[in-house]
Write a protein that binds this ligand. Structure first.
Ligand code: A2P
Length: 277
């Protein structure tokens, strides 16, 4: 099977394609509709959106207009980070389903442990309330898996202490130079799958000489190496692009990296967003 359609099995048995198409910062309307349509045409079977991206309606329409059945595409959305009440989460979920024009979601995540404009604020009680609402929807069959995003081990501990279900997924910024070892190890130990957003470091990793050189040694592009690295680490990368040639390029993942090369990339601890090569 091609890597683009290969799957991870979540703790609850649900199969999730290893590579998802990210849609952060892709504007709603034609641009998003076309990008998602192209992604589906070129083999992606996992689309990641969020209420905060404002593009759920275009994502939903592109999936509807593809010739794929609903159960052939794994769809994720996220609860906006400022919604930290039980009823607020239930209402927001209804709105998300309406925007997507779908009957159910494959994965629903708490977008962040705090509102984006109050990063670091203690929202432990609110996160528990939001997660309990998601547990209810999960039990009702309206969501096939539930999880969190941008959560630290401490934030997840709070959920484990007060909720019933261990989150199935934690979606975090994960790329060469920012592989979040502590969170990754913690999640592995709990059976929580890491999804890697911004696997290309929003593009910055691609101009790095070390990455370019290693990519050449595998006869692949720097983008393909960066995405493959996430898979070698057991995470689910969510690359995004609005250009068809890059959408296709980012599916070229059918190669394996040598263990020593993965280990070498692990030692890079500088965030590529600060690299200037
Ligand atoms: P664009 O949408 O113009 O193609 P990340 O997934 O880490 O957030 O990175 C996304 C950024 O990287 C976007 O700016 C996207 O630009 C760019 N990008 C995506 N795929 C490639 C690629 N294969 N080669 C070069 N740039 C890419």
């Amino acid at each position: 099977m091609k890597t683009i359609q290969d799957v991870y099995v979540l703790k609850n048995g649900v199969k999730m394609p290893k590579v998802g198409f990210g849609t952060w910062q892709i504007p709603n309307g034609e641009v998003c509709y076309n990008a998602v349509s192209m992604a589906l045409k070129h083999g992606y079977r996992h689309i990641d959106t969020a209420a905060a991206y404002g593009n759920e309606s275009s994502v939903g329409k592109a999936i509807k207009d593809s010739n794929l059945k609903r159960d052939e595409v794994f769809v994720t959305s996220k609860l906006q980070s400022h919604i930290k009440t039980y009823q607020g989460a239930l209402d927001a979920f209804d709105k998300t389903l309406k925007e997507l024009d779908m009957e159910y979601l494959d994965l629903y995540l708490i977008h962040a442990p705090w509102p984006w404009n109050e990063m670091g604020k203690d929202c432990n009680e609110g996160n528990v309330q939001a997660f309990k609402a998601m547990e209810k929807l999960y039990k009702e069959g309206k969501i096939r898996a539930i999880g969190v995003s941008n959560f630290s081990p401490k934030d997840i501990d709070n959920i484990l202490k007060h909720c019933e279900i261990i989150p199935h997924v934690n979606q975090i910024a994960f790329f060469i130079g920012n592989n979040q070892e502590e969170t990754h190890q913690y999640c592995d130990a709990k059976g929580i799958l890491i999804e890697a957003y911004s696997p290309l470091a929003i593009g910055y990793a691609l101009s790095n000489e070390t990455i370019q050189k290693m990519a050449k040694s595998y006869n692949v592009t720097p983008a393909q190496l960066c995405i493959r690295y996430c898979i070698e680490k057991g995470t689910a990368p969510l690359p995004k692009s609005t250009h068809e040639s890059r959408i296709i390029e980012n599916t070229g993942l059918d190669f394996q990296m040598k263990e020593e090369d993965v280990r070498f990339l692990d030692t890079i601890k500088d965030d590529p967003r600060r690299w200037n090569s």
